[in-house]
Design a protein around this ligand. Structure first.
Ligand code: AGP
Length: 618
C-alpha cells in the first residue's frame, strides 16, 4: 500500500526521505515522489516506477531544504504514472500533499471546486483533497487542513506543507495508519510515517495517531488536535497523546543474508512459534494465559459462538483456527471473509465473540467487518501482528502474534504465528470448558516441540527444490486436503499463485469428484496434504482417483509413512505432531515449494506484481 514519510529538522530532508521511502518499498507501490520547502517555496520531484527512478531524478536535479514529505503510491484512483504520483499541489504550487486512503466523495468535492474555478491535472482523489485544502487556506495550514477534512468522506493518512505557512508539516489520519516520530538524544527532528519501518533508524519514540486526529509538526515541536471537537473560535481542541517506544530492531527488517525477505521469514518460523507462545503456556495448569484478552474475560466466559473474520492468508489461518477451537473448546466457530461479512447484515446472536485476524491490522475490509460487529453489539478481539495498528486499537481486546515485521508481501511467518496464537486461544478456552489437565498438558508439550520439528521441515529444503525444478513450468496446480489441512491446501495454492503467477486452486480433497477431477491430466500437478490422521484413508482414495486418470501427485505425508511410496510421484515428509497442530508444520513445505518455483521463474518474490503488503482500501 501507499507509504508516507516526512521530516522536519536541522538536516537536509531529501536524503532522509529517500531512505525512508526505501524502507517502505516492501509495502508495494507503483510510483513515488518528494516535496521539500527550500526557503523560497516548495519543490517537487516525482517519478513512476521504482524509487531508483526518483533517485536518478534527484541526482540530476537536487533539492535543498530541511522540511519535506515523501510518498510511495499504490494506485487506487488513476493509473500509476508521473502525473498521478504524489505529492500533489494546488494551482499556485504553494501547497503540497501526500495521501494514503480513498476520498469516497471526491467526485462531489471536485464538482464543487470546479465551480469555484479549480482545474485538475490528474485523475486522482488525492489531488482533489489538495485543492480543497488550498480552498480552505486562510493563512494557517492546520486550520485549512481541518476545515477540508471535515468535508471529506472516506479514509486518509495525509501530510501537507504550505509555502505560505512554512516550516510546518500538518498530518492527519482516518483509517490509514500514521505516526509521529520524535528525535532522540537531543535531536529536535520530528518525523511522520505511515509505518515505523520508515524512521526506525532515527528514532524509537513514536506517537500513533488515532482516527480524526491532526498533528502539527513545526520547529518548536508538535501538537495534536481532535478533528471531532471544535472549541468555538479557538479552533480544534488539543489532545494529549502517549509516546510509545518501538522495540523492533532495524536488522530484523533487513534480509539478514537471505536472497529474499520471504525465505528469511520462512526460516524464522521456529522462532515465530516460540514468540507466539512465549509466556503464554502454563504447563502445570495445562492451560494458556493471554493477558491481552483480560478486558473481555467475562465475554469469553459467556461466549456461545465465535466468528472469525479476515482476508487472504488471514482467512486461511482463521479456517484452521475454526477446526482447532471447535475440536478443543467445543464452541461453535465460523469463519467469514471480512469483505463479505461487512456488507451482508450479519446476524450476531448474544454472547458472540468476533475476532479480526490480520497481520497488518490495517486491512480495510477486516477493519470494517470489526466495526460492523461492534455496531451489532458483539465483543471483538484482534489477532494481530503489527503493534499499535488500527485493528489492535479498535478491538475490545486482542492477542499480538509477535512474528516481528513481515516484509515479504506473501505472508508466511505471520500465518504460522496466527495459527499458533489461535491454538493457544483454543487451549485457553478448552481448559475452561472441560478439557482435562492431561489433554491440556499434551497440547502444551506439542506446542513446545513444534519449533524443533519445524527445523526438521526446513532441512528438507533441497528436496523441495528438486520438486520445484520438475514442476516449475507447470501452468496449473491443484492443492487438496481434508479437515484442518484443507485450509493448508488453500494457503499452499495462494502462496504459489501470488508469487509465481501460476494458476493454483485449493479444494477439500473430497470435492475433487464434484468438478476439478475433469482437470486431471499429466500437465497438472496435484499436491495432496496427506498426514496420517482420521481422514488419511479417505485422502488416499482421492490420490488413487488422480493416479488412475494419469495425474501426477506430490504427497505431503508424515515421517515414517511409506505406504504411498509406490503410489505417488513425489513425497514430502513432515514430522508428526498432534493432528490439530499438524497444519502448522504442513504449511512450511508448501511455502518453500512456492518460493523455489517463483525463484526458478525469476519472479519478484518479495514484491509480486499487483500485490500490496497491506490492502488498506476496499
Ligand atoms: C498473503 O500472502 C497476502 N499477501 C494477502 O492475502 C494477505 O493475507 C491479506 O491481504 C490480509 O492481510 P492482513 O493479514 O494484513 O489483514
Amino acid at each position: 500500500m501507499c507509504g508516507i514519510v516526512g521530516y522536519l529538522g536541522a538536516d537536509e530532508a531529501t536524503p532522509l526521505l529517500l531512505q525512508g521511502l526505501r524502507r517502505l518499498e516492501y509495502r508495494g507501490y507503483d510510483s513515488s515522489g518528494i516535496a521539500v520547502q527550500n526557503g523560497a517555496g516548495l519543490e517537487i520531484r516525482k517519478s513512476a516506477g521504482k524509487i531508483v527512478n526518483l533517485e536518478r531524478l534527484l541526482s540530476e536535479a537536487p533539492m535543498l531544504g530541511t522540511t519535506g514529505i515523501a510518498h510511495t503510491r499504490w494506485a487506487t484512483h488513476g493509473v500509476p504514472n508521473y502525473t498521478n504520483a504524489h505529492p500533489h499541489t494546488n494551482h499556485d504550487g504553494d501547497i503540497a500533499l501526500v495521501h494514503n486512503g480513498i476520498i469516497e466523495n471526491y467526485d462531489v468535492l471536485s464538482q464543487k471546486l470546479l465551480e469555484l474555478g479549480h482545474t485538475f491535472r490528474t485523475e486522482t482523489d488525492s489531488e482533489v483533497l489538495t485543492h480543497l485544502v488550498a480552498e480552505c487556506f486562510e493563512g494557517n495550514l492546520e486550520q485549512a487542513v481541518a476545515a477540508a477534512l471535515t468535508q471529506v468522506e472516506g479514509t486518509f493518512g495525509i501530510a501537507v506543507m504550505s509555502a505560505r505557512d512554512p516550516n510546518k508539516i500538518v498530518v492527519a489520519r482516518r483509517s490509514a495508519p500514521l505516526l509521529i516520530g520524535l528525535g532522540e538524544n537531543g535531536d529536535s527532528a520530528i518525523w511522520v510515517a505511515s509505518d515505523v519501518a520508515a524512521i526506525l533508524g532515527h528514532t524509537r519514540r513514536v506517537i500513533y495517531l488515532d482516527d480524526d486526529e491532526i498533528g502539527v509538526l513545526s520547529n518548536g515541536g508538535y501538537k495534536t488536535l481532535d478533528l471531532k471537537k471544535i472549541d468555538g473560535s479557538n479552533g480544534w481542541v488539543p489532545i494529549d497523546k502517549e509516546i510509545s517506544h518501538v522495540d523492533w530492531d532495524l536488522e530484523s527488517i533487513e534480509r539478514a543474508g537471505y536472497p529474499h525477505f520471504m525465505l528469511k521469514e520462512i526460516h524464522e518460523q521456529p522462532n515465530t512459534v516460540q514468540n507466539a507462545t512465549r509466556g503464554r503456556l502454563l504447563e502445570e495448569e495445562g492451560t494458556a494465559r493471554l493477558g491481552g484478552l483480560d478486558q473481555i474475560a467475562d465475554e469469553i466466559a459467556a461466549a456461545e459462538r465465535i466468528i472469525l473474520v479476515g482476508c487472504g492468508t488471514s482467512w486461511h489461518a482463521s479456517l484452521v483456527g475454526e477446526y482447532m477451537i471447535e475440536e478443543m473448546a467445543r464452541i461453535p466457530t465460523e469463519v467469514e471473509y471480512a469483505s463479505e461479512f461487512r456488507y451482508r447484515s450479519p446476524i450476531i446472536p448474544p454472547n458472540t465473540l468476533v475476532g479480526g485476524i490480520s497481520q497488518s491490522g490495517e486491512t480495510a475490509d477486516t477493519l470494517a467487518a470489526i466495526q460492523e460487529a461492534k455496531r451489532l453489539g458483539a465483543s471483538t478481539f484482534g489477532v494481530v501482528n503489527v503493534v499499535g495498528s488500527t485493528l489492535a486499537r479498535e478491538t475490545d481486546a486482542g492477542v499480538y502474534t509477535h512474528a516481528g515485521p513481515e516484509i515479504g508481501v506473501a505472508s508466511t511467518k505471520a500465518f504460522v504465528a496466527q495459527v499458533t496464537a489461535l491454538a493457544v486461544f483454543g487451549l485457553m478456552l478448552a481448559r475452561r470448558r472441560g478439557m482435562s489437565l492431561e489433554e491440556g498438558q499434551e497440547i502444551i508439550h506439542a506446542l513446545q516441540e513444534l519449533p524443533r520439528l519445524m527445523d526438521e521441515v526446513l532441512n528438507t529444503d533441497s528436496h523441495i527444490i528438486s520438486i520445484a525444478r520438475e514442476f516449475g513450468e507447470s501452468s496449473n496446480f491443484l492443492y487438496l486436503g481434508r479437515g484442518p489441512n484443507f485450509p493448508i491446501a488453500l494457503e499452499g495454492a495462494l502462496k504459489l499463485k501470488e508469487i509465481s503467477y501460476i494458476h493454483a486452486e485449493g479444494y477439500p480433497a473430497a470435492e475433487m469428484k464434484h468438478g476439478p477431477i475433469a482437470l486431471i491430466d499429466d500437465d497438472m500437478p496435484v499436491v495432496f496434504v496427506a498426514p496420517q490422521d482420521a481422514v488419511y484413508k479417505k485422502v488416499v482414495l482421492n490420490i488413487d482417483e488422480v493416479k488412475t486418470r494419469g495425474g501426477r501427485v506430490i504427497a505431503l505425508v508424515t515421517n515414517g509413512d511409506e505406504s504411498l511410496d509406490d503410489k505417488v510421484d513425489h513425497l514430502i515428509r513432515v514430522p508428526k505432531t498432534l493432528p490439530l497442530l499438524q497444519p502448522i508444520l504442513n504449511s512450511v513445505p508448501l511455502q518453500l515449494l512456492a518460493y523455489h518455483i517463483a525463484v526458478l521463474r525469476n519472479c519478484d518474490v518479495d514484491q509480486p506484481r499487483n500485490l500490496a503488503k497491506s490492502v488498506t482500501v476496499e
